[in-house]
Design a protein around this ligand. Structure first.
Ligand code: BYC
Length: 318
């Protein structure tokens, strides 16, 4: 799909569209919208959907090794929820004119991005606890803000996703508390997970506002309701005190809240590493896409059977 520049759009329609957004109205799939709005939404919702589906992988590998039946059940339900979120988001993106098949193809061939953080390995059970608590917490900060945005189908999907994520957050927090207040070995395992995941977590909210490419137009059109830096600050404000309360630390000596500005100060994240990871060169990118590729190939017969129920694939054997 070729997006026209804003100057190519009908100025009257563009002004009406922007006035609707300024009044806080929702834009629905059949409404007129600039090509760039459509293109940006497809990019962002599609990346979000891929993040949910790839995000199920690092935690998913811990289902069989979860400590105890209750944890196993809860984790299984959480992972299933994440895949369900991908379904909601693919449906929202489809309303804008890109087919699910094309989105999956672009994920598998490496054309579309997905969240940086899922390209890191979950070595231990504590890593999966970190994801359940804090990656979900970060996602909620971003998604609650954007659920008040301008595109109806995305907002409605986000509302439903946030409701489920709030259970994940409670589950993850409980898991982290358990380890942080457990034996010396458990506490060390949890701290090691924080040391590994903190840098990717800071990257998770996207590049700083100074270098963000899409924020300006997305905020003007109320697709993004908080900037990357605002989300990062909100996350630090809500969760750093909880982390410290548990006797855990994060690997950043500069992290502190300025009492005068109320803003958190921290070491500037390594944006070169971020760029490498989101462009395919992180520790697990190849493995993650290989797993999706195999799932796609192995699931082909299911899709074929659903689309053509009269073929021999679903004919009763007797
Ligand atoms: N990872 O101009 P910017 C979950 C890219 S899943 C990768 O600031 P934008 C969960 C960006 O795409 C929830 N790439 O971008 C699931 C752009 O590249 P392109 C995940 C990133 O869009 C399972 C370039 O950097 N949440 O929680 O204005 C288990 C410039 O950035 C990232 C979402 O997907 C990143 N972190 O803002 C557990 C939320 N950040 O496209 C948990 C939806 C930036 O020009 N997405 N890039 O090649 C968003 O809200 C926005 O897209 C972002 C970035 C805030 C992430």
């Amino acid at each position: 799909m070729k997006a026209t520049a804003l100057t190519d759009e009908d100025p009257v329609k563009l002004a009406e569209f922007e006035a609707r957004i300024d009044r806080g109205e929702k834009i629905e799939p059949s409404d007129w919208m600039p090509q760039l709005y459509r293109k940006q939404l497809i990019r962002m919702i599609e990346q979000h959907a891929h993040s949910e589906i790839i995000g199920a992988l690092p935690e998913g590998t811990w289902i069989t090794r979860a400590p105890g039946f209750k944890r196993k059940l809860a984790l299984m339900a959480k992972v299933q929820d994440e895949v369900g979120h991908a379904q909601l988001l693919y449906s929202a993106a489809e309303t804008l004119g890109k087919s699910r098949e094309d989105m999956i193809a672009d994920l598998i061939n490496g054309k579309s991005k997905y969240s940086n953080i899922f390209n890191y390995p979950a070595f231990t059970w504590a890593d999966s606890c970190f994801i359940s608590w804090l990656v979900d917490a970060g996602a909620i900060v971003n998604q609650i803000a954007n659920s008040k945005g301008s595109y109806g189908p995305y907002c409605r999907a986000l509302e439903r996703i946030c409701a489920e994520e709030s259970f994940h957050l409670k589950y993850g927090h409980h898991c982290v508390i358990h380890l942080a207040t457990g034996t010396k070995v458990q506490r060390e395992m949890m701290q090691a997970a924080f040391n590994r995941w903190w840098a990717p977590m800071m990257h998770f909210f996207g590049p700083s506002d100074k270098i963000s490419v899409h924020s300006e137009i997305l905020m003007r059109w109320k697709v993004k309701m908080s900037s990357n830096d605002e989300c990062r600050q909100q996350f630090l404000d809500m969760y750093v005190p909880k982390i410290w309360e548990l006797g855990l630390t994060v690997p950043d000596d500069k992290l502190r809240k300025d009492p005068e500005t109320g803003q958190w100060e921290f070491t500037e994240p390594d944006w070169e590493e971020f760029k490498r990871v989101i462009n395919g060169d992180g520790p697990c990118n190849k493995e993650r896409l290989a797993v999706r590729r195999v799932a796609e190939e192995r699931g082909a017969w299911v899709r074929q059977a659903l689309l053509a129920p009269k073929t021999k694939y679903v004919a009763p054997l007797a």
